[in-house]
Write a protein of this length. Structure first.
Length: 118
């Protein structure tokens, strides 16, 4: 299984970015997918999850209604659209795939760096 994340970069506060994560080596449509992030000096934190039926869950304390997770099963890709970026959103963003049972995060991408300048 491979998860390839992309789309990070250096942006200014208030800008938007869309992260992408292409999955291979697994039956993508059967997996819950998610995004996590790790800011400098902090632990990795959950950002968002999308179920096989498209149901979504967010860490509202962090994203405050600004982020949207989506998936395209035909492209084996999960997205994270981030609007109104803040300096506090600066982090390495990781995509992840859950186990078939849906209980554990079994697979991780390599991360893509998002830097937001204020």
């Amino acid at each position: 299984v491979q998860l390839q994340a992309s789309g990070g970069g250096l942006v200014q506060a208030g800008d938007s970015l869309r992260l992408s994560c292409i999955a291979s080596g697994m039956l993508f449509r059967s997996r819950r997918m998610g995004w996590f992030r790790q800011a400098p000096g902090k632990e990795r934190e959950f950002v968002a999850e999308i179920g096989v039926n498209g149901a979504t869950t967010y860490n509202e304390d962090s994203v405050k209604g600004r982020f949207t997770i989506s998936r395209d099963n035909a492209k084996n890709t999960v997205y994270l659209k981030m609007n109104g970026l803040e300096a506090e959103d600066t982090a390495v963003y990781y995509c992840a795939a859950k186990s078939i049972t849906g209980y554990t995060w079994d697979y991780w991408g390599q991360g893509t760096l998002v830097t937001v300048s204020s």
